[in-house]
Design a protein around this ligand. Structure first.
Ligand SMILES: Nc1nc2c(ncn2[C@@H]2O[C@H](COP(=O)(O)OP(=O)(O)OP(=O)(O)O)[C@@H](O)[C@H]2O)c(=O)[nH]1
Ligand SMILES: [Mg+2]
Length: 419
């Protein structure tokens, strides 16, 4: 009996030991099918709740796309061209790359949500730190002097030239102020600075509205040399206009590199806009034409057309832009704005660009980008003074809320701020 009891107890102990070993070894090795999360950490138990389905966008069916025959300019885009603007049945990105040669393809927004609410707009004073540090120093010196003498004029002139106001505009401003000092209207440095402020604000006055056409499909054309911020600006403007209730189509008219259209698509997704794109090296005019046709067919009211930015010294770019503009004007297209995008950091070079583009395509307004990174903000004065082209928008950074309407008062206050 004793022997039987000992055998039973021994068997029970052996079973317990075997069970403990199996459990321990299971806990050490990763469960099959689960990723090895490395570092010797335990794998997630199979009961770990999974991320809800809604967190990843559901796969969507590609629209039935008919190809726009774009061999010639302009190509007649078929009325039933696919991918309705603001359509909630968005096409996956691959649908766009499957297009045969020379076709322009509408790319519907991947995100069906309404456009993101705009953030708080950037303020000139906060962003124009470099410009106001430069001018502020000179103006403080002028003010502290207590009287107006030759050194005052030298300081003022140097400050304006350094801020890239330009020789011509600076000379005109100084001449006007000198006359007013002579006539007794201005008697001390404080009044001199406030008169300069007034002159600058007056000089920068102009039509800052981005116009819409009452008839047809409004087209805003964006032109400018490489890297100035055209595509980024279109993205920001598209988001803003979509938030204002417009139905926006973006035309990827920069066909020199596919990345430009991809860049536009990223912005379009945020704006809930449709992108019409062609193949790399394709005809930009065809893309813009198809974008206008598509907008008209889908009751969209605004086409934002991107263009390539080759060096302004190459005459063929200007010829190409003229052609794009002519094509964009074909009914129902109405070009109400041709916006020249200028990088503020290039200073006086921006003035040269403005002259060339204005001569070729009739610029209606300037978008001055990257004002946040330069002390050369005075270029806006040179453009307004010499060419009479109004500054309509200003880029104060890379974010959506960093594209703001130009305000002469705010701009001049920031430029002349002494604190
Ligand atoms: N700091 C700053 N950066 C900006 C601003 N606007 C645009 N950028 C940056 O400038 C760079 C060029 O912008 P793009 O929009 O690609 O310029 P683009 O004119 O389309 O260039 P191309 O297509 O090469 O002709 C990007 O890195 C933008 O983020 C701005 O107002 N401030
Ligand atoms: Mg671009």
């Amino acid at each position: 009996m004793l022997i039987i009891t000992i055998v039973v107890v021994a068997l029970a102990l052996a079973t317990l030991a075997a069970t403990a070993f199996v459990v321990a070894s299971r806990r050490r090795s990763p469960a099959r099918g689960l990723p090895d999360n490395g570092g010797g950490a335990l794998p997630a138990p199979t009961s770990t709740p999974q991320a809800p389905e809604a967190a990843s966008p559901p796969a969507r069916a590609a629209p039935q796309t008919e190809q726009a025959p774009s061999e010639e300019i302009p190509s007649a885009a078929p009325a039933d061209i696919a991918g309705p603007a603001l359509d909630t049945t968005a096409a996956p990105a691959e649908a766009t790359t499957a297009a045969p040669a020379e076709a322009t393809v509408p790319v519907s927004p991947l995100s069906p949500e309404s456009p993101a609410a705009p953030e708080r707009p950037a303020r000139f004073r906060d962003r124009m730190v470099r410009a106001r540090t430069l001018l502020g120093g000179y103006l403080s010196a002028v003010r502290q002097k207590g009287k107006i003498d030759e050194a005052t004029w030298e300081d003022l002139e140097e400050a304006l030239i350094l801020a890239d106001v330009g020789v011509l505009a600076t000379a005109r401003l100084i001449d006007d102020l000198r006359l007013r000092v002579k006539s007794g209207e201005i008697a001390d440095p404080a009044s001199l600075i406030s008169a300069l402020r007034g002159d600058l604000v007056d000089l920068l006055a102009g039509d800052r509205v981005l116009h819409m056409s009452d008839e047809g499909t409004t087209v805003w054309l964006f032109v400018g040399v490489n890297g100035v911020g055209k595509t980024t600006t279109i993205g920001k403007v598209g988001l803003r206009e979509a938030s204002n209730g417009h139905r926006v189509v973006m035309a990827a008219g920069d066909t020199f590199r596919a990345a430009a259209a991809d860049q536009l698509e990223t912005w379009a997704q945020r704006a809930g806009a449709t992108v019409i794109r062609g193949n790399e090296g394709g005809d930009p005019g065809a893309v813009v034409f198809d974008a206008v046709q598509h907008a008209a067919a889908k009751a969209c009211d605004l086409v934002l057309a991107d263009t390539a930015g080759r060096l302004h010294t190459k005459t063929n770019l200007m010829e190409e832009l003229k052609k794009v503009r002519r094509v964009a004007e074909r009914p129902p297209g109405v070009v109400t704005e041709t916006l020249l995008v200028i990088d503020a950091t290039t200073g006086q070079n921006g003035l040269t660009q403005a002259r060339q583009f204005a001569g070729a395509v009739g610029v209606t307004g300037v978008v001055l980008t990257k004002l946040d990174g330069t002390a050369k903000g005075g270029i806006v004065v040179a453009i307004a003074e010499e060419l009479g082209i109004p500054i309509k928008l200003v880029g104060l950074g890379e974010g959506v809320a960093d594209l703001v309407e130009f305000s002469p008062e705010e701009f001049v206050d920031a430029l002349l701020s002494e604190s």
